[in-house]
Design a protein around this ligand. Structure first.
Ligand code: ATP
Length: 359
């Protein structure tokens, strides 16, 4: 799938955005970074809601903006999901979905009903269609907001912190629907999030922004394993691995997940054997030993090799990138321990992983 070309230059008092990126034409790309770094501005420029005076935007070969071209928002085949869905209170859910379709007919024709049906099915809102927005929970309203964006058959979905306005419980309710979109939608999704756990769960590609510039951009797993980013991620620094559920230990309520080069035991959450899953390992939960510790409460120990060492957010701390088979794992250790163990690239070690989260 052709990538999305984004070259933008925009200056406001106290802020400038300058980037030149090719974003993947499929999967979920997370736009991540601190408040005010320009995530929403970038998404609004892509949507045509903001116009960077200098720029070029091309979506899968179609130019939306360059020196002589400006395609207005309603002609760009996109769906936009805001933090708050702002539904019309006097219309039912179905009325809101149809209104969205009338406002933004699919380019080249009228709105396709199939988009609406598929959106209703994907977001599980069939039973809500006759309800008025005031009788929906926050999570249901946002599911309707996402369905409304999908009902126009967009070729790209832009989501600006769709879970930010929801409490923890509602977020947990809606995340499985977002995962379903991830599995079933063939269109690319640009997804702004502040929450590293959401990014770990949903993203395929990660763009880290800082002060209007791209600090890092690449496949999720590789990018999270870089040693220069964890400083920004703080306590959330860590890696995400893809694997398959290979074994269920009924006695101890554990599941074995086989990732490239590493088998890990995680708490049994009832996931079926054979399922493709993601697991997340935080750097602070990983420790390093020179020999395998047999008398330890830690279930997951792996042989590995030190790949690189880097600085962390505090002068007492170091980050170590380790390779276990083909898999990168990050560990946060003190400089004192690194020195005591003689950690250096190439050294064979054992890693102990205190906690592995099944996402
Ligand atoms: N229309 C505007 N005119 C001038 N400055 C603006 C305008 N819109 C946003 N800004 C400024 O541009 C910067 C980037 O804002 P933006 O909303 O893109 O950041 P963000 O990364 O999405 O932040 P958050 O995570 O808090 O939503 C901020 O400093 C903001 O105050």
């Amino acid at each position: 799938m052709d990538p999305i070309e984004v070259r933008l230059r925009l200056t406001w008092p106290g802020f400038s955005l300058e980037l030149d990126e090719r974003l993947p034409g499929r999967g979920v790309t997370a736009l991540f970074g601190p408040s005010g770094c320009g995530k929403t501005t970038l998404l609004r420029c892509i949507a045509g809601l903001e116009r960077a005076p200098q720029g070029r935007l091309a979506f899968q070969g179609e130019v939306w903006q360059d020196a002589g071209t400006w395609v207005p928002t309603h002609r760009r085949p996109l769906g936009y999901v805001f933090q708050e869905p702002s539904l019309f209170p006097h219309l039912t859910v179905l009325g809101n979905l149809r209104f969205g379709q009338r406002r933004s007919p699919a380019p080249g024709g009228t709105a396709a009903p199939s988009g609406l049906d598929q959106a209703v099915e994907l977001l599980g809102i069939g039973p809500l269609l006759e309800r008025r927005p005031e009788r929906l929970s926050g999570g249901e309203r946002q599911r309707v907001g996402i369905a409304r964006a999908l009902a126009v058959n967009p070729r790209i979905l832009l989501m600006d912190e769709p879970l930010a306005a929801l409490d923890h419980q509602r977020k947990q309710e809606i995340l499985p629907y977002l995962e379903r979109l991830h599995e079933r939608l063939s269109i690319p999704v640009l997804y702004i999030s502040h929450a590293p756990d959401e990014v770990a769960r949903l993203a395929d590609h990660l763009v880290v922004l800082e002060a209007g510039r791209v600090l890092a951009s690449g496949p999720l797993q590789e990018t999270l394993a870089r040693l220069d980013l964890p400083i920004r991620l703080g306590e959330d620094a860590g890696v995400v691995l893809e694997g398959r559920v290979a074994e269920r230990d009924q006695r101890w309520h554990l599941l074995r997940v086989d990732c490239a080069g590493a088998s890990l035991w995680v708490r049994d959450t009832g996931v079926a054997i054979g399922r493709q899953v993601r697991v997340r390992i935080l750097a602070r939960d990983v420790s390093v030993t020179l020999t395998q510790a047999h008398a330890s409460s830690i279930v997951n120990t792996l042989p590995a090799r030190v790949a690189a060492l880097g600085e962390d957010s505090h002068p007492a701390l170091a980050l170590v990138r380790l390779q276990a088979g083909g898999t990168n794992i990050l560990a946060r250790v003190t400089h004192r321990s690194a020195d005591l163990l003689g950690l250096a690239p190439g050294l064979a070690v054992w890693i102990q992983i205190k906690a592995v989260a099944l996402l």
